[in-house]
Write a protein that binds this ligand. Structure first.
Ligand code: GAP
Length: 489
């Protein structure tokens, strides 16, 4: 193989803020992500995945599904409905506790998370070298978070510290109020309280309520897991950063049911497995991944860690690993009146299993993969943009490029495309110079370009160009499928 020397491939250093705007524009131009209902001016924090985006998202989901279910004999999948009996959300605690403390600015009519305003203020004090003040406010914030009247306590800090809105500098604050993040809609003909249903804010509850259905139908024995990929909805007030925080997004969740007492070991095992998945299966650089242990826990958890990714705009969560205890099953037992116990056939022990949850955001991961892959370099003196995706998740696996459109070369190339198309997503491109065609494929992250040229007509070989190194090698045209299988999985 012809390995290019350093002079031919030179990497550019990019400023983080520029990366995001370049990515958003590339994502739209090349059909990864479009603003939702764009011809009507769009809808805040809603996006559509285009032809390449939907292919890539499917690859990510397939990879997760395979890793969780096929590779674990004791984990099975389900696909529960988005709308559920509303009592589910009373039992789960989401009606009473899935709230954010919000504060409005009367002048600008903008709404903010009160806790975020305080956290950012503490951060700023630290950045300004006012460590003592940061410590003092941090201590008040901790007390306020535990206070019975949390709203009042947050409000007092915001007023005493004269915290201003970060974007406008205004501070004409209302009281702090709790704002529930669930979307409500009405089912049936009546628009009264009896018809209220919620769009699920997490997929997990579809798993908990099906605990016995799955266990019985699959003859599952504890420990076992149930995996699910599906949409979740949250009326997020603080939006932004492209697809990082959306109101409609997809989760890839797995609940692992264990015997009480076995949760700590399971938690550690899943923590390790999930972190390694990003590095080993998705090829994300380990240095870009971080652990974060939660101090403030969701209402259902007694221990929680986030896997965070270093996005250009900051280090942010992509997956949560949660120890949910027996909270959810117990709550459903109480609210439904149905026994949620598991009976161990071997020992006759009865218990409500404890749960370790792994909960990844598909869209956030998609964004992390885009950010991780974005690369600018110079090849043979020419600037190129490249998405350096792992071949497993790249939307297009190979491009077939006839050096000349017409005649035997075009026919051979079309034949190769047809031979590969049943197995891989391939693109056929015969427009423009070969250099331009390579650039187009680099920009969407296609790992291999296969060129049919003059030599092909003589000896039935083609050129395979490797995206990352721009190195080229010649292989038999009949070996291309085999080559792709060997290099894409
Ligand atoms: N069942 C547990 C649960 O939902 P979470 O930490 O609230 O836990 C899990 O959410 C994952 O879902 C997050 O790590 C994130 O990747 C994704 N997620 C949460 N809210 C999101 C939003 N508004 N937009 C996009 N992804 C979101």
């Amino acid at each position: 193989m012809n390995i290019p020397d350093q002079a031919r491939v030179a990497h550019a250093t990019l400023s983080p803020d520029k990366v995001m705007s370049k990515l958003v524009s590339l994502a739209k131009r090349r059909g990864f992500i479009f603003p939702s209902s764009e011809i009507y001016g769009g809808l805040s924090s809603c996006f559509d995945y285009g032809p390449l985006g939907s292919e890539m998202k499917k690859n990510v989901k397939d990879l997760w599904w395979t890793s969780m279910t096929r590779k674990h004999q004791n984990i099975v999948g389900i696909d529960a409905s988005i709308m559920m009996n509303p009592t589910v959300w009373e039992a789960s605690g989401h009606v009473s506790s899935f709230n954010d403390p919000m504060i409005d600015d009367r002048t600008t009519k903008r709404r903010y998370r009160a806790d975020h305003l305080i956290e950012n203020h503490i951060e700023k004090l630290r950045r300004d070298g006012r460590e003592e003040d940061a410590h003092r406010v941090g201590a008040s914030y901790e007390r306020a978070s535990e206070a019975e009247n949390q709203n009042r306590a947050f409000y007092d800090i915001i007023i005493t510290e004269e915290i201003k809105a970060p974007d406008t500098g205004s501070s004409d604050w209302t009281e702090v109020r709790q704002f529930n993040l669930m979307f409500q809609c009405n089912m049936g003909a009546l628009a009264d309280a009896s018809g209220i249903v919620y769009l699920r804010p997490e997929t997990a509850q579809g798993i908990f309520v099906n605990f016995h259905n799955v266990r019985e139908s699959g003859r599952m024995r504890v420990p076992f897991g149930i995996a699910q990929i599906g949409k979740a909805f949250r009326n997020e007030i603080v939006k932004g950063n492209f697809i990082f925080r959306m109101v409609e997004f997809e989760q890839m969740e797995m609940q692992y049911f264990v015997k009480p007492g076995a949760q700590e070991e399971a938690f550690e095992a899943w923590r390790e497995e999930r972190f390694n998945w990003y590095v080993e299966r998705l090829g994300i650089g380990q240095e870009k991944l971080h652990w974060y242990r939660h101090d403030k826990l969701a209402h259902y958890a007694d221990l929680a860690y986030d896997i965070k990714f270093a996005f250009p705009f900051g280090i942010e969560e992509i997956e949560g690993i949660h120890s949910r205890t027996d909270f959810d099953l117990k709550q459903h037992q109480e609210f439904s009146g149905k026994n949620m116990e598991y009976i161990d056939q071997a020992t006759n022990e009865r218990y409500i299993p404890y749960v370790v949850e792994t909960s990844a955001g598909c869209d956030r991961l998609f964004l992390a993969l885009l950010c991780d892959a974005y690369n600018e370099d110079v090849v043979d003196g020419e600037q190129r943009v490249m998405l350096k995706f792992s071949p497993k998740i790249a939307p297009v696996k190979a491009a077939v490029l006839p050096l000349m459109k017409k005649g035997e070369m075009g026919e051979k190339a079309a034949g190769l495309r047809d031979a590969l198309a049943g197995d891989f997503l391939v693109q056929y491109d015969d427009a423009g110079s070969i250099g331009k065609r390579y650039r187009r494929q680099d920009e969407i992250g296609t790992p291999f370009c296969v060129t049919v040229d003059h030599q092909t007509l003589e000896d039935e070989t083609v050129t395979v160009r490797h995206r990352d190194t721009a190195a080229q090698e010649r292989i038999g045209i009949s070996k291309v499928k085999e080559f792709l299988y060997a290099n894409l999985t």
